[in-house]
Every structure is written in structure tokens, then in C-alpha cells.
Ligand binder design. Structure first.
Ligand SMILES: [Zn+2]
Ligand SMILES: [Zn+2]
Length: 394
């Protein structure tokens, strides 16, 4: 086969794999069909396969048989997430989701297809590299639980992982571009629930009641002062109140109100301080209005922090793949990603591969019912991950 024919065959396989996964999406920790498909293909390629790693996760390990040198004693982990979202797809495509209310609306179908193609390439070239590659097909990224579950089940041990790399296709970067940014690139994800208790009564006699609705409104407004008055204007902080639940009818002051929302930071001082500041503010404001408040603050995932040297490696390889002018080294966002848990333990880099193409209509945001990718992003991702792994082990 010529190089072009091989590329065409690989692309056809990527598209077929991705569309099959797209048509059969599975929610976090329910990726049974996906996991068994992955395990079967990895075994056929000669990988040592473990299933049930972090419930529905799959790990494939392969040792290169090429001439040892440099970092040949090391192990590199490549991660692909597998889960879909509780979204009803509205795309009218041949490969649309066949599962009601479940959709690959984030592109994890592409990540699995890319991971399998990388597995195939590394196996085919096994005698040209040395060291160990560990492919981690992760469940439940969207709920922020899968990476933790795989780590708890030993994905970073035996053999011990020395570096970790992952990627995400991304619709707001154009096709043919790659982003590899050093330092904190994605936000920490914390969630909160605030319960405010007042004293119910008649809406026309507020003097006999303690109004939790008014307190909820003031708390919501006051929480924005965390952003404007607590954060250094050059730091990053998002506080979003996303739900307020209270009351039953027009002429009754209710007993209580519940607020919920999320806090995002890029780590550091704000990550450490915001929980305490938020609780103090809520208690002060609610207390000043005669109510009591209770804050339930839950840390979900820390910020994604890319290692400087590993990011330099990815950016260099990315330049070879898409040309240096198409490599972005400054993109950041406050969305969350549980790849951060791998990066807390081993150095590595999480890269973005542009999959947006406005001219072809691939511009819907992630998690939207119209989300789709320009599939030519997949070979870019395969090139990137395969070359990064081999470059790291060289
Ligand atoms: Zn997502
Ligand atoms: Zn995602």
C-alpha cells in the first residue's frame, strides 16, 4: 500500500469507527458496548488488555521491541474518554444517535476512534520504538468521575506511568489547528448548594415572616462581588448561580429557598480561598436578613495544568503535523476536564485539536443537540498522539 492509500484506508476506518460509536452513545459508567468494542480491537492488535478499570474503563498496554535508548524504560499514558451526554440529538445525519436522549455531543466518539487508530499505528510500528505505551479508554468524563475511578483502580501503576497525554476535538478552533498551552488551561470545577431558611407566613403580612426569597435574591447578587471584589482583575474566577428553587404560590412567603451553582478558577489562591469567602458571604447576607443558611460546597475536579516541558514537546510535534503557524500556544477556557487528575500526579499535556468548520456547518457548541465535528480532525489527532508518544519515549 502506498502512503496515500494507507492514509485513505485509515481515514475510512476512523470515520466508520466514529460513526458507529456516534450512533450508539452510552452515558458515564454505562459504556459497556463501547468498552467491549475497544477491548476486542486492542486484543486483536496484540495489546495486553484489562477491562473494568474504573468500572467500565479499558486499558491496553504494549511494549515496543525497537532498539532501546533514551527514555526506553519509561511508560507513557494516552487517554481517550468514551462517554456521551444526556442530550437528544437533532442532527439529521445517517449516523445520528439511536439511543433516545443520549448523544455524543462532546466528541468523545472521535476520541475513541482516534485512540484505536493510534493503537493500530503503534502496534504496526512496534519494532521501531522502545518503551511502554498504556492506552487508557476512560469512562464518565462528563460527570468528572471516570479519571478518579481509573486512578483508584491503578491505571497509573504497574507499569508506573511517567507522563500522560490527551486531546479533545474542539469546535471553536478551526480544522487544521492544534492548541497546546503551558500552565493552567482549564478551570477547576466546584459546585455548591445553598439552603436558606426563613419563616413562612402571609405575603401581605411580611412583618410576621422572615422572607427567604428576598435573602436568596440578595445572596445571588452578592455572590458576584466575589468575582469583582475578591479576585485580582488579572486572575480568573467565575461564580454562576444556576438555579433558585423556592415558593409554591403568590400569597405565601415560603419557609426556605435553595440555590445552586458552580465556581471555576484556574487554581492557586482563589481555588484555596473561595469556599471560605463564599460561605462567609452567604451567612452574612442571609443572617443580615434574619435567615439562616447552610452551604454545601463540593470540589469536583481541579484545574487542568499542563507541564511546561511536556507542552513544549506537544507544541513541537503539533508544528510538524499542522505547520507552526497553525499551532496555538495561548488558548485557555474555564470549562472543566478530569484529565486534570492525571496531570496532578504525572507531568503531561492536554491538547485541543480544531474540529470546527463554519463553511461546512460544523460550528455548533459542545454539548448542543446540533454538535458535530469535521471528521478530518481525526487524522490530525492520530498523528499528534502517535508522534507525541514516540517522541516522548525516544
Ligand atoms: Zn463535554
Ligand atoms: Zn468532552
Amino acid at each position: 500500500m502506498t502512503a496515500t492509500a494507507a492514509n485513505q484506508a485509515e481515514f475510512a476506518e476512523l470515520v466508520a469507527a466514529r460513526r458507529d460509536l456516534h450512533a450508539h452513545p452510552e452515558l458515564g459508567f454505562q459504556e459497556h458496548r463501547t468498552a467491549s468494542l475497544v477491548a476486542e480491537r486492542l486484543r486483536a492488535l496484540g495489546y495486553d488488555v484489562k477491562t473494568g478499570v474504573g468500572r467500565t474503563g479499558v486499558v491496553g498496554v504494549l511494549r515496543g521491541t525497537g532498539p532501546a535508548g533514551g527514555r526506553a524504560g519509561r511508560t507513557v499514558l494516552l487517554r481517550a474518554d468514551m462517554d456521551a451526554l444526556p442530550v437528544q440529538e437533532t442532527n439529521e445525519v445517517a449516523y445520528r444517535s439511536t439511543a433516545p436522549g443520549v448523544m455524543h455531543a462532546c466528541g468523545h466518539d472521535a476520541h475513541v476512534a482516534i485512540g484505536l487508530a493510534v493503537a493500530r499505528r503503534l502496534a504496526a510500528a512496534r519494532n521501531a520504538w522502545a518503551g511502554t505505551v498504556k492506552l487508557a479508554f476512560q469512562p464518565a468524563e462528563e460527570t468528572g468521575e471516570g479519571a478518579e475511578a481509573m486512578i483508584a483502580d491503578g491505571v497509573l501503576d504497574a507499569p508506573t506511568v511517567d507522563a500522560a497525554f490527551g486531546l479533545h476535538v474542539i469546535s471553536n478552533l478551526p480544522i487544521g489547528s492544534i492548541s497546546a498551552t503551558s500552565g493552567a488551561i482549564m478551570g477547576s470545577v466546584d459546585n455548591f448548594t445553598i439552603r436558606i431558611r426563613g419563616k413562612g407566613g402571609h405575603a401581605a403580612m411580611p412583618q410576621d415572616a422572615v422572607d427567604p426569597v428576598l435573602a436568596a435574591a440578595h445572596v445571588t447578587t452578592a455572590l458576584q462581588s466575589l468575582v469583582s471584589r475578591t479576585a485580582d482583575p488579572f486572575d480568573h474566577l467565575v461564580v454562576s448561580v444556576t438555579r433558585i428553587q423556592t415558593g409554591t404560590t403568590d400569597n405565601v412567603i415560603p419557609e426556605h429557598a435553595e440555590l445552586g451553582g458552580t465556581v471555576r478558577t484556574m487554581g492557586g489562591r482563589l481555588y484555596a480561598e473561595v469556599p471560605r469567602r463564599l460561605a462567609a458571604l452567604v451567612n452574612g447576607v442571609a443572617g443580615g436578613l434574619g435567615c439562616t443558611a447552610e452551604v454545601d460546597y463540593v470540589r469536583q475536579t481541579p484545574a487542568v495544568v499542563n507541564d511546561e516541558a511536556m507542552t513544549a514537546l506537544v507544541a513541537r510535534v503539533a508544528g510538524d503535523v499542522v505547520g507552526t503557524t497553525n499551532v496555538n500556544t495561548g488558548a485557555r477556557m474555564l470549562g472543566g476536564e478530569d484529565f486534570s487528575l492525571f496531570l496532578q500526579r504525572v507531568p503531561g499535556c492536554f491538547a485541543w485539536v480544531g474540529s470546527g468548520n463554519t463553511a461546512r456547518g460544523y460550528d455548533a457548541p459542545h454539548h448542543s443537540p446540533r454538535f458535530d465535528i469535521d471528521e478530518s480532525a481525526m487524522p490530525v489527532g492520530v498523528d499528534l498522539l502517535e508522534r507525541v508518544a514516540r517522541e516522548y519515549l525516544r
